[in-house]
Ligand binder design. Structure first.
Ligand code: ATP
Length: 199
């Protein structure tokens, strides 16, 4: 699986529809300082469902919408599409390509689409957790992050390695199962109390 294309419209320094295509292997984005290279990786992260404005170098999420400049008017919404090659069926869906679209208006309204169909953030995150590209999978490593990893505490570094090895998904599932078990135990205790009182 690899990222096949990235399309930005109204996102940060890209007011007009801009499409970047990537082949398998390594791609390099080059350009002068401030030309928008980091905005490209911000866009990938954002399309994958990033919820923190800080992670995409903003203060509010609306900061990712093109705010005007160079004689071009501000845009009222931003939209980013990533297309993933799924010819090796990494994602268990009958599609050779997986398209994820995220849109946000200045009013704060937004939506996600999966291969054209409206969906929820959880659907996007679920799909991505199967690919090794999901949130906290360290598929996007920002500037300064490498130094942060090297100087992090052993416990935090272990968490990073576990996420990279794909254990994070199972840890979350185990936590969900534990919560379900605790709820079931509570219900059982309550039922036993009711039964005892009825005797
Ligand atoms: P460097 O090499 O210095 O790290 P870079 O190529 O990674 O730079 P970016 O940080 O991606 O550059 O882009 C910065 C540019 O994006 C700035 O000119 C900034 O004004 C512009 N920019 C960021 N957000 C917006 C926005 N919402 N609207 C318009 N322009 C924006």
């Amino acid at each position: 699986m690899h990222l096949k294309s990235l399309t930005l419209k109204g996102f940060k320094s890209f007011p007009d529809r801009t499409r970047l295509e990537f082949g398998p292997g390594v791609s390099v984005v080059v350009g002068p300082n401030g030309s928008g290279k980091s905005n490209v990786t911000d866009a990938v992260l954002w399309a994958m469902g990033e919820q923190s404005p800080v992670a995409v170098r903003g203060q509010t999420m609306q900061d990712i919408i093109f705010g005007g400049g160079r004689g071009i008017q501000a845009r009222s919404s931003a939209e980013v599409e990533i297309v993933l090659d799924n010819s090796d069926a990494t994602v268990d869906l009958p599609f050779g390509e997986i398209s994820i679209v995220r849109r946000l208006d200045r009013s704060g309204d937004g939506e996600y689409r999966l291969n054209g169909a409206k969906c929820r953030l959880v659907d996007v995150l679920e799909i991505l957790s199967d690919t090794g590209l999901g949130k906290e999978m360290h598929s996007v490593v920002s500037q300064g992050r490498v130094e942060g990893i090297v100087t992090s505490k052993p416990k935090d570094r272990r968490l990073l390695i576990e996420e990279a090895a794909g254990l994070g998904k199972h840890r979350k599932r185990r936590r969900r199962a534990q919560l379900k078990l605790e709820r079931t135990q509570d219900n059982l205790d309550r039922s036993l109390d009711v039964e005892r009182e009825a005797r």
